[in-house]
Design a protein around this ligand. Structure first.
Ligand code: NOJ
Length: 567
């Protein structure tokens, strides 16, 4: 398994297709944590630019950059105070332009994040809204309501913030007396906007055009299922979301997956289609019912959405097979390509999830709070994460890799309380450790004395502390080392770009025992994964293209391993 020094020619060709998003491998960059070029301990745009060659050599088709806009950073950038500029800590618009141009020259598409459910409380719209009287146009851009109770002292309804605590905060008049309440489904510094308001629609359409005009190839849409609220703002009365499959369509949650959302995405699609090549969307859509997810992926709405069912599935063959089948049929019904994802900046890293007892986890378990403290075998976790990566990259559709996954990074589970940054930790009064453990800057080198190569300034302290043994996962250590996780990813992506059977296309399950999942793709490619505890024999083949770990001396597939065969 050797490194490819430049992007594979087919990658470039595929990226030139207008439908590049149908089978792209997208690498997620969390800008605070990726690479720090100006030496302040926080990653930045110039840092991303400086690592584009690494990404080209990895062989990905596109990068998705989590929010890089001006932000007070109450939720690490998902609290945007200006959608059409770059956060000064991250750099300048000029640096973003240069980075986009250079990525394009390397054959890499650039997707950025848009956060349309809420703004920062420091956005000019919210500053104006707070300064305005109740009932004014400035207040209509958000969701303000009088409180309940004799003095308005109770929140307008019982909605809860996703991060813990009530979803309403009461305002204070200039004379100190209490006023209306405003809605925030996340932190109080992230007020939800009112999507019935024309200024809000215009603000986001202008933002889409602003970045499309600068060459951005697409957007990942934050909380895409949350934009529209039931205007009566009814109490939840304990109703649980997502709804079970089979729940009638007339039943809607008051603030998730409201039917009115689709009009917004239809108008966004019209804008994306005005560009050449057409720009693409990937929605963060958390909804239970499969046909409701498919509704977002109709031909005149979003191009793709994250497959959280796959991400949340435990390392169990029957569960994964069910998820793969359901994903394929749901997406086929609307002609959208499936996507596959194992991790992101919100969930416990796959190595650490898979290190735990898999029979123990419920479908929604994806957070560190669930796994922390449970017995773990990280060698097993890494073996499974590598096997899962090959399984994912062999499936039809597009795939997402979260930065550091290609290094086999585990979750950092022992960050001290004083290092914590995530509002989840604070809003739950420390009962939930939050998401900082998957956001620790990755090790580029094995030198702890210089922040493992994260920052151009060796003495800079990274915004989250790195573990003392981080160097064993360093990119510099894994580069060129046969069998390393980095080289496994490089080899997999090079094969994926070159093999006509991979990406979108044919898919057929092969008959196996209960501990194995195997499927054939086009042009003789077969993918076999062993979930059992004993090695299994492989079928006749002409070549082993790649395996996530060494085969046994008899050429059998060991436990927790995936192999790609040329049949
Ligand atoms: C989803 C994002 O992925 C997460 O990081 C953020 O906290 C929430 N949306 C709120 O914007």
């Amino acid at each position: 398994m050797t490194a490819t020094a430049i992007p594979h020619p087919l990658t470039t060709r595929r990226n030139e297709l207008p439908t590049w998003w149908r089978n792209a491998v997208v690498y997620q960059i969390y800008p605070r944590s990726f690479a720090d070029a100006n030496g302040d301990g926080v990653g930045d745009v110039a840092g991303i630019r400086g690592r584009l060659n690494y990404l080209a050599a990895l062989g990905i088709d596109a990068i998705w950059i989590s929010p890089w806009f001006p932000s007070p950073m109450k939720d690490a950038g998902y609290d945007v105070s200006n959608y059409r500029d770059i956060e000064p800590v991250f750099g300048t618009l000029g640096e973003a332009d240069a980075m986009i141009a250079e990525a394009h020259a390397l054959g890499i598409k650039v997707i950025i994040d848009i956060v349309p459910n809420h703004t920062s409380d420091q956005h000019i719209f919210f500053i104006e809204a707070l300064a305005a009287e109740p009932g004014t146009p400035a207040r209509d851009r958000y969701i303000f309501r009088p409180g309940r109770g004799t003095e308005g002292e109770l929140p307008p309804n019982d909605w809860q913030s996703t991060f813990g605590g009530p979803a309403w905060t009461r305002t204070t008049h200039p004379d100190g007396t209490p006023g209306e309440w405003y809605l925030h489904l996340f932190t109080p510094e992230q007020p939800d906007v009112n999507w019935d308001n024309a200024d809000i629609k215009a603000e986001f359409e202008t933002t889409l055009r602003f970045w499309f005009d600068r060459g951005v190839d697409g957007f990942r849409i934050d909380v895409a299922h949350g934009l529209v609220k039931d205007s009566n703002l009814p109490d939840l009365d304990g109703i649980e979301f997502p709804f079970a499959e089979g729940t009638p369509d007339e039943i809607n949650h008051p603030h998730w997956d409201q039917p009115g959302i689709h009009d917004i995405f239809r108008s966004w699609r019209t804008i994306a289609d005005q560009y050449s090549p057409a720009r693409a969307f990937c929605g963060e859509v958390w909804v239970g019912r499969a046909h409701r997810l498919a509704a977002y992926l109709r031909a005149d709405e979003l191009h793709t959405a994250f497959n959280f069912d796959f991400l949340m599935a435990p390392w169990l063959p029957a569960t994964l097979r069910t998820v793969i089948d359901a994903t394929r049929s749901t997406h086929a019904a609307v002609g959208a390509p499936p996507t596959w994802v194992l991790g992101n900046h919100d969930v416990c890293r796959p190595v650490s999830r898979y290190a735990r007892d898999q029979h123990d986890s419920k479908p929604m378990d994806r957070l560190l709070s669930h796994f922390r403290g449970r017995p773990a075998d990280f060698e097993v976790g890494l073996r499974r994460a590598r096997a899962a990566a090959l399984l994912m990259l062999a499936l039809p559709g597009s795939a997402y890799i979260y930065e550091g996954e290609e290094l086999g990074l585990p979750e950092v589970e022992d960050l001290p309380a004083e290092a914590m940054q995530d509002p989840v930790f604070f809003q739950t009064h420390g009962t939930d450790p939050g998401r900082d453990g998957c956001r620790v800057p990755p090790p580029w080198t094995d030198r702890p004395e210089s922040n493992f190569g994260f920052s151009a300034e060796p003495t800079a302290a990274p915004w989250l502390p790195q573990p003392a043994d981080w160097g064993r996962y360093a990119a510099s250590v894994q580069e060129g080392r046969d069998g390393s996780t980095l080289e496994l990813y490089r080899a997999a992506l090079a094969i994926r770009a070159a093999h006509p059977g991979l990406g979108e296309g044919e898919f057929t399950w092969l008959e196996t025992g209960p501990d194995v999942l195997a499927f054939a793709r086009g042009d003789g490619l077969e993918c076999w994964t062993n979930f059992g505890t004993a090695a299994v024999p492989l079928p006749a083949h002409t070549k082993v293209l790649l395996s996530s770990g060494p085969l046994t001396t008899d050429g059998w597939l060991p436990a927790d391993a995936t192999v790609w065969l040329q049949a």
